[in-house]
Design a protein around this ligand. Structure first.
Ligand SMILES: Cc1cc2nc3c(=O)[nH]c(=O)nc-3n(C[C@H](O)[C@H](O)[C@H](O)COP(=O)(O)O)c2cc1C
Length: 205
């Protein structure tokens, strides 16, 4: 069985070579993030932030602290995908628009906030895990939006996280989870690599 979504998933690769003359408008960047942020987050926390590094000056600040990886200077944009430590006190504010839209009754807000507090408040490792999960879901959604637009993407962990934190003024509760380059590709990129067999990675319980 195939369809456009499956084709998009099956044809995605991590690009290395980008067309350095191709750019994305700020409106296209905003649209990419808008669609990407429809990805799910725990308790609808939306504990993420995206820094779109797209000017030559900003790229020059990022490149040396990200192993001088070619996509940073050549791709139209590289997002610093930032996860924020999970904080249950923001739940009411994050759910207010859901109530306003008539999706959720206001009386249910404590039913989300109280378990979120129990889950995260005294558990720093879990707060950080959630920051990483949230940023990863957002980045994944953006990767497939990019692919559907015919653009390449590259998730990258090859960077100095402390330097990125400092250089781009991240807050104390923010983690630079990964870099994500997006842009028009040029030739020379590898096709998608074969995967481990399903039988090796799937347990049917
Ligand atoms: C969390 C993560 C970090 C990665 N970091 C880098 C990186 O720093 N540099 C790079 O060239 N590729 C990086 N990659 C791309 C992987 O090497 C690539 O996804 C993998 O080899 C599978 O290839 P494919 O995505 O083309 O199927 C990263 C991928 C992920 C998911």
């Amino acid at each position: 069985m195939t369809n456009a979504v499956i084709d998009c998933i099956l044809s995605r690769t991590a690009a290395k070579y980008y067309d350095p003359s191709a750019s994305l408008s700020d409106d296209q960047i905003r649209e990419l993030v808008r669609i990407g942020t429809t990805a799910p987050t725990s308790f609808h926390l939306q504990n993420w932030r995206f820094i779109a590094v797209r000017t030559p000056e900003a790229k020059a600040r990022l490149s040396p602290i990200a192993w001088s990886q070619p996509p940073i200077t050549e791709a139209a944009v590289t997002f610093i995908v930032v996860g924020q430590l999970a904080d249950s006190s923001v739940v009411p504010e994050r759910l207010a628009p859901v109530v306003e839209a008539g999706i959720m009754p206001a009386k249910l807000i404590p039913d989300w906030e109280i378990p979120a507090r129990g889950l995260y408040q005294d558990y720093p490792q879990r707060q950080r895990d959630e920051a990483v999960r949230t940023a990863t879901f957002g980045a994944a959604a953006m990767i497939y939006v990019a692919r559907s637009w015919g653009l390449g993407s590259t998730p990258m962990i090859g960077f100095d996280d402390e330097a990125v934190h400092r250089e781009f003024g991240l807050a104390e509760d923010e983690v630079p989870v990964l870099l994500l380059s997006v842009g028009a590709e040029r030739s020379g990129n590898w096709p998608q690599k074969p995967r481990r067999p399903v039988a090796e990675v799937l347990e049917l319980a």
